[in-house]
Design a protein around this ligand. Sequence first.
Ligand code: AMP
Ligand code: MG
Length: 349
Amino acid sequence: MNTKVVKVNRIQPNAAALVEAGDIIKSGGLVAFPTETVYGLGGDAFNKESSRKIYEAKGRPSDNPLIVHIANITDIDKVAMDIPKVAYDLAARFWPGPLTMILKKRPELPKETTGGLDTVAIRMPGHEVALDFITAAGGFVAAPSANRSGKPSPTSAEYVVEDMYGFADMIIDGGNCEVGLESTIVDLTCEKPLILRPGFITIEEIGEVVGEVDFDKCIIDSSSDEPPRAPGMKYRHYAPKAEMTLVSGPSDKVVKYINDKTNEGAREGIKTGVIATNETQYSYAAFSVKSLGPRRDGKQVARNLFRILREFDDEGVDVIYAESFEETGIFRATMNRMIKAAGHKEVNL
Ligand code: AMP
Ligand code: MG
């Protein structure tokens, strides 16, 4: 398949390209598109063949459901039913934005799109290009992140091209993603709202709208035997090619531990990558040192993580050591991805 790559942004609005992208979706094809969280690989949510193609392109198990992206809040009831009032309250506060809601699905929506489930994940993204594209596509675009399954989600078009060239009919290049981590997922089909995946919108912010809300058990306790309610959470995720270890403890001890490990490795010809912060980056002497940003800047730290993991892949480091963060606010989302990227390999000093 020939993949067409087009730039669409404020300076080059490229309306004709969006019409073409919309037509591709309507005729059963796939288009990768930018959102404020990460890039998505989109297909017509109501076309089961399109959903099958998405799973194939990603190499993703077909029990791992997609998110239906809409461009108007009022379209919720075209894909979901028995919608509780809190869903509209959450939409009013956070949409367009990085929040995905799980609701009961309408029977017209094919089960191929929802990974065989009776529930559907819905989001209205906070990105102009995404909204224009969804509208051009007829209003209902099913999309997971536009990476090959298991790899870090792409936060710039360059990595979408790397993973999806030859699999998608078109890739819309809208520049870098502002948030850089996937949406917060909240399940509204249980008695009490449950956060299935932490994201940019925090549990505290959701609590302000819905009252009581909890985390799904397997987010808090990774050794929990209960299956995760978000099927995607059980799969290997965000993994860089190199083996990664997350190191926590007092900053001076963390720096010393990582430098000791780097030196040990260097004697055996092992190339080490370090995920640092602005405060510590010059204290490391490794093959490659990258900063997530100022330690207290949760937004910047979140935005840079996936890009850095991808860069380490490109540089061919053999092992990665990463500083860790306290799991509060938006840092909880970043830590969730880092723990998964490290395959739960953690050292506490
Ligand atoms: P991605 O955007 O690639 O992270 O994929 C979408 C994520 O949404 C997956 O991890 C799914 O597990 C989750 N998801 C989608 N639909 C549902 C649903 N009906 N119930 C629970 N989780 C869902
Ligand atoms: Mg994904």
